[in-house]
Design a protein around this ligand. Structure first.
Ligand code: FES
Length: 124
């Protein structure tokens, strides 16, 4: 029988993609969509809010590039695609401080790629 998992080291762990690709890469990249600034803002905001049990990490590609900038929060495994510092502030306050969800910014596992969504809408 294996030992139970140890307690969480961080209450929440945020991975923010800051990956950079060549400008002509077909999938694009999060850094071209301001992810470096948004991640820095999130880190500063979390510190400002006193979230010492939350870690805001820069990550390389999370493989959801088309939705970028992307981030994922563990242990919940909730994905977000914030566009602005106001979006980031809302994620910090609603998700990390209060344990809620910012549904309008969440990425779903079965979410169609942005271009696929446009094609499906055009076809209907
Ligand atoms: S470049 Fe950010 S998810 Fe791939």
């Amino acid at each position: 029988m294996s030992r139970p998992d140890p307690p969480l080291y961080y209450r929440a762990h945020v991975f923010c993609c800051v990956n950079t690709r060549a400008p002509d890469h077909p999938r694009g990249c999060c850094s071209a969509r301001d992810s470096v600034r948004l991640r820095a803002h999130m880190k500063a905001r979390a510190k400002q809010r006193g979230l010492t049990d939350v870690r805001i990490n820069a990550s390389q590609c999370l493989d959801r590039c088309e939705f970028g900038p992307t981030m994922v929060i563990y242990p919940e495994g909730v994905w977000y695609a914030p566009r602005t510092v106001a979006d980031v502030d809302e994620i910090v306050e609603t998700h990390l401080v209060n344990g809620g969800r910012v549904e309008r910014l969440m990425l779903m596992p079965d979410q169609p790629l942005p271009d696929q969504g446009a094609e499906a809408a055009a076809a209907s």
